[in-house]
Design a protein around this ligand. Structure first.
Ligand code: APR
Length: 240
């Protein structure tokens, strides 16, 4: 799969991965836009916007609690594990749109969560932010200050955490190889990251069973799944 750019990969000093829901699909977590995607079953505008949250915080919380249980019972798959393995041999950074923390659970140390995390909550009014360690007895949960807590995730129309976003741009702009895995590249601004990499001379590889809007710009587009393709990458970049 990677033979055609194996030499470039071997010489890569800094590899940046941009990942989306597809890398967790083989861990049993549904994607958003695929044939069985979440946005085919649920209305994103009723569950993943700040207006939807204020209109019916209990409904949004019930959906996130259901997703959180599914995510907590999921395990990293060979795709996540291959990226974590690569980090032992090269400078590797993961810019993920996923909130499932499977990269961290696979052992990746440098992970930038562009869209937040399923295990963190924040207060809608005060500055409280904290990790959820167990299920809430009552939804929506309340902060100590008495106001409603919300999932610490980025909803449609909301800005990304600025510090994380600036770091992600810096990583994308200074890598020599970018590997885009399991994302439809239709949601901005995350879909700009491969543009930054390309502008700075990086080789860009896509791993996705389907084409994306950026397929024509890729140096290599691998029509395969993350769990199949990525484990083949490690011995190429770092022949043991
Ligand atoms: N391996 C690799 N790629 C896969 C696999 C797999 N096993 N299965 C599906 N894919 C691909 C699909 O072909 C699709 O291109 O993963 C992509 C998933 O795309 P989306 O469902 O749109 O997910 P993503 O790109 O992460 O969405 C971005 O949109 O809804 C918001 O906030 C949400 O972070 C999410 C953002």
């Amino acid at each position: 799969m990677f033979e055609s750019i194996a030499d470039k990969l071997k010489k890569s000093e800094k590899i940046v991965f941009v990942t989306g829901a597809g890398i967790s699909q083989e861990s049993g977590i549904p994607t958003f836009r695929g044939k069985d995607g979440l946005w085919r079953k649920y209305d994103a505008m009723k569950l993943a916007t700040i207006d939807a949250f204020y209109e019916d915080p209990k409904l949004v919380w019930e959906w996130y609690e259901e997703r959180r249980q599914n995510i907590l019972s999921a395990k990293p798959n060979p795709g996540h594990l291959a990226i974590a393995e690569l980090e032992k041999h090269r400078q590797v950074h993961v810019l993920t749109q996923n909130i499932d923390r499977l990269h961290q659970r696979a052992g990746s140390k440098s992970v930038y969560e562009l869209h937040g995390s399923i295990i963190t909550v924040k207060c809608t009014v005060c500055s409280f932010k904290g990790n959820i360690t167990s299920s809430f007895s009552k939804l929506p949960p309340l902060c100590k200050c008495g106001n409603i807590l919300r999932p610490d995730v980025v909803w449609f129309g909301e800005p990304l955490p600025q510090d994380v976003w600036q770091d992600a741009i810096s990583q994308a702009s200074s890598c020599d190889t970018m590997i885009v895995v399991g994302t439809s590249l239709v949601v901005s601004p995350a879909n700009l990251l491969p543009v930054y990499a390309k502008q700075n001379g990086a080789s860009i590889i896509e791993v996705n069973p389907e084409e994306t809007p950026m397929t024509p710009s890729m140096d290599l587009s691998i029509r395969s799944s993350a769990a199949k393709a990525l484990p083949e990458l490690v011995p190429i970049v770092f022949p043991v």
